[in-house]
Design a protein around this ligand. Structure first.
Ligand SMILES: C[S@@+](CC[C@H](N)C(=O)[O-])C[C@H]1O[C@@H](n2cnc3c(N)ncnc32)[C@H](O)[C@@H]1O
Length: 394
């Protein structure tokens, strides 16, 4: 597997650590390809017929499905393995980062940067970030364990690259490699392609990426719109320190700021494009409308907001809605299901975006590395994984 070592912030494993990572990555891939898909077979046959025998009908809704499925030994087994693999993932990444943390911190102190890093020690990180270790990542995105810490950013970069989301490689080439290899929609590039397709006349001068973490989604905007001023905001200081250094080593100018996207410090009508990638499934149901209102406020007239996140459940059948909700209950993603059962079009309309400008598509990576953008279907039960939703400020 190609390694993303082209930027010096990426933590390097020892050979023993790499062997352990390889084992866990292989196990994860094997489970995803050959074991988890059997949940549907077990659910729609064994579990459904047992439920029918007891209740005289099929299970209704994702909650009833979950309770019925949780009694089945196959479901208990795969589910507990999936949770264990997730915890092992972060354990191995944590070990790699810990023994080189002082060097990473040293490397993150950039002299004469092209971009900037503005932290706000007074910022209160919202409880929906701090109350649990999101997706079992120890300390979440925000916990500082040393002075000028970059630990959270380093584990996210190494972990996301290595385990199933190798979409945050260190260069555009690696993003494209992984798109072809994995057939996945990739934050940043996938959204940029959609922006260019939908709004060919939009030439954004100021771009804002909300919930940027380590800038994996932000750097592509600086690469593809070299004349634009690109900002990335996040609440998490150790992720932002890492993001700043990473972007500088990758040779692009990005301005990273520690801000809460619910209440941005930017002036009204000061951006041409406001985007996010994977933000909303990690914010609360109360925060989401506030963030979208901020998107509307900071956009200039005629300009665009676009967001890429997990697939909404509309159109899924009850079994699929249960399956899609797994992370909510077993992977410390408490807002995953909440987002699935909200309506992106209504959220954008409530935030002030004109209904006629609102679009919602499924990005579908093609074998040639391009992405097709299919309108979201309201029926037909298809699990595609990702949705892009967008609106224009008129
Ligand atoms: C899944 S990560 C985003 C990943 C990133 N966009 C990428 O594609 O690599 C979600 C990020 O949102 C941040 N976040 C959550 N709530 C936020 C808020 N209210 N304001 C700003 N950032 C927030 C978290 O700290 C975390 O870094």
């Amino acid at each position: 597997m190609k390694q993303p070592f082209a930027h010096p912030m990426m933590p390097l494993p020892t050979s023993d650590e790499l062997a352990r990572q390889n084992f866990i990555a292989s196990l994860k891939m094997h489970m995803e390809d050959h074991v988890y898909p059997a949940d549907a077979v077990v659910g729609r046959t064994r579990v459904a017929s047992k439920f029918r025998a007891q209740n005289g009908r099929d299970p209704k809704g994702r909650v009833e499905w979950r309770h019925a499925m949780e009694e089945d030994p196959f479901v208990q087994t795969w589910s507990s393995m999936a949770r264990t693999i997730q915890e092992m993932t972060w354990d191995t990444v944590g070990e790699i980062v810990q023994h080189q943390l002082p060097e990473l911190i040293e490397k993150s102190r950039i002299q004469a940067p092209q971009g900037s890093l503005t932290l706000d020690p007074e910022l209160k990180v919202p409880a929906y970030n701090t109350a649990i270790d999101i997706h079992c990542m120890p300390g979440g995105y925000h916990t500082d364990i040393a002075e000028d810490d970059v630990y959270a950013g380093a584990i996210f970069d190494r972990g996301a690259y290595y385990y199933g989301l190798p979409i945050r490689g260190s260069s555009a080439l690696e993003y494209r490699d992984s798109r072809e290899r994995l057939q996945r929609a990739i934050p940043g590039y996938t959204l940029i392609d959609y922006v260019k397709q939908q709004f060919p006349d939009l030439k954004p001068q100021r771009i804002l990426d909300l919930g940027c973490t380590i800038g994996g989604s932000t750097v592509p905007y600086a690469e593809r719109f070299p004349d634009a001023e690109v900002y990335g905001v996040d609440v998490a200081a150790p992720s932002l320190r890492y993001a700043h250094a990473r972007a500088e080593y990758l040779g692009v100018a990005v301005h990273f700021r520690q801000e809460n996207a619910e209440a941005l410090s930017f002036e009204d009508e000061s951006f041409d494009l406001v985007v996010s990638h994977g933000l909303f499934h990690e914010t609360s149901a109360k925060a989401t409308p506030r963030i979208l209102k901020e998107c509307h406020r900071v956009l200039r007239k005629g300009c665009v907001t676009m967001h890429m996140d997990t697939q909404f459940a509309r159109g899924l059948d009850d079994y699929q809605a249960y399956y899609w909700d797994w992370d909510t209950h077993y992977n410390a993603e408490p807002f995953w299901g909440t987002l699935h059962h909200s309506d992106a079009r209504e959220l954008l309309a409530d935030a002030g975006f004109a209904r006629k400008t609102i679009t919602e598509v499924w990005p579908r990576p093609q074998a040639d590395g391009c992405v097709a953008y299919d309108p979201v279907r309201d029926a037909g039960g298809e699990l595609v994984g990702t949705t892009i939703f967008a609106g224009q400020k008129l």
